[in-house]
Ligand binder design. Structure first.
Ligand SMILES: [Zn+2]
Length: 391
């Protein structure tokens, strides 16, 4: 059994203020941790000692909404590309992620689900994949964003069963304002799948009703949904006011204004905000125009931080989790002490993996990152194994 001791780390764990201390990983799990220095008996008996130099020790990031990067996309249904994406993630502190589909035909979607499912349970120098996130195709074309309107459709039970039979689905985004879509949600709910209201023109009443069909979160709050107004609070207003809803949010300061992020923090608090990247194919590439095989085009600008399609619509983001956490913490006028859950534990709870990962607690998997005070990822550890170091 391999033993790794991390000394001199600022440890963030539920229930107590962060403290300087040590953590022992035994094999794949967190065996113990405590304040100050580790007991001497422990120090003699380990395979590796890591000096964290007072950096922040957090649970690894969990990104539940991310499509691709470096020219690769979940929709390519190519194992080599999934591996490339998953390897990129660990360099940004992500230890678990859900490869996320885009609206497409049944056939193409099924191929993507099958490909992702091959990675469930695999371990290596790449982020872990518990299953797939279906972003669509059961949306409202009026709020399509960068999703392909030609393939947006109402749900049928038959198509939902086809998806379920294709592999492991952990999360699905659906527009809840259509009765057919609510029936589909009932089916996914019975399978224990996390259901999110997204690309939706729902009014407040639709969002309240959706709670009865298993919806517990919204897809990128503010984007691709009916906006808040004082007479009709829309999907955004419902997400902010109904406690049951967790809110995905893209904190690149492009998809949502810093003040809108601050409002989300004030309404939802530390346990219902789920930071996501929504990274897409050109993320991680330099500025330029990237024509796609299907005739569409992505435009990367502003030093790789802004991604649009030629119509000018945002196409997803080039955000990384550590930058999202940094932006959100600043925009919330909060400290890491208050916001750390938003990049790990809240997501783990939403997709039902918090019994084994998502926080620094004894007996959980040693999925850990070290983050310096400027939010740079210095080390990523997955199940006790270091998979990334930045010196
Ligand atoms: Zn997306």
């Amino acid at each position: 059994m391999s033993k790794t001791l991390i000394q001199n780390a600022r440890i963030f764990t539920p229930g107590v203020p962060s403290f300087l201390g040590w953590l022992l990983a035994e094999d794949v799990k967190i065996a113990d941790f405590g304040e100050n220095s580790a007991p001497e008996t422990l120090c003699n008996n380990v395979d590796e000692v890591i000096n964290a130099k007072r950096q922040n020790l957090l649970p690894g990031f969990i990104d539940i909404h991310t499509h691709g990067c470096l020219g690769c996309c979940t929709m390519d249904a190519d194992p080599e590309k999934i591996l490339k994406i998953a390897s990129f993630h660990v360099t940004h502190g992500v230890t678990t992620y859900l490869p996320t589909t885009m609206t497409d035909t049944t056939e193409v979607t099924v191929r993507a689900i099958r490909c992702v499912t091959e990675f469930v349970g695999k371990r290596g120098n790449f982020a872990k994949i518990p299953g797939v996130h279906l972003e669509g195709p059961f949306f409202n074309a009026a709020k399509c964003g960068a999703q392909d309107t030609a393939n947006i459709r109402r749900a049928t039970i038959e198509e939902c069963k086809t998806f379920l039979n294709a592999g492991v689905i952990k999360r699905i985004a659906i527009a809840p304002e259509f009765p057919e879509n609510l029936k589909a949600a009932d089916l996914f709910k019975d399978e224990g799948i996390s259901i999110s209201a997204g690309h939706t023109n729902a009014v407040y009443a639709d969002m309240a009703e959706a709670l009865n069909h298993g919806f517990r979160s919204v897809t990128h709050l503010y984007n691709g949904m009916s906006s808040f107004t004082h007479r009709e609070p829309g999907a955004a207003g419902a997400a902010l006011s109904l406690d049951e809803y967790s809110c995905e949010i893209i904190c690149d300061n492009i998809h949502s204004h810093p003040a809108a992020q601050n409002i989300a923090w004030r309404c939802k608090g530390a346990e219902k905000i789920v930071l996501i990247t929504d990274m897409i194919r050109p993320s991680g590439l330099p500025d330029g125009h990237y024509p796609q095989a299907d005739g569409s085009e992505f435009i990367v600008s502003h030093n790789g931080t802004e991604l649009r399609i030629p119509s000018g619509a945002l196409a997803g983001s080039a955000l990384t989790m550590e930058r999202g956490l940094k932006n959100f913490t600043a925009n919330a006028h909060a400290s890491l002490e208050e916001t750390w859950r938003c990049s790990s534990l809240n997501a783990a709870k939403l997709i039902g993996i918090d019994h084994e990962t998502g926080s620094i607690e004894k007996g959980k998997l040693a999925d850990i990152i070290l983050l310096d005070d400027d939010f740079n990822v210095k080390r990523t550890i997955i199940e006790g194994q270091t998979v990334y170091i930045q010196d």
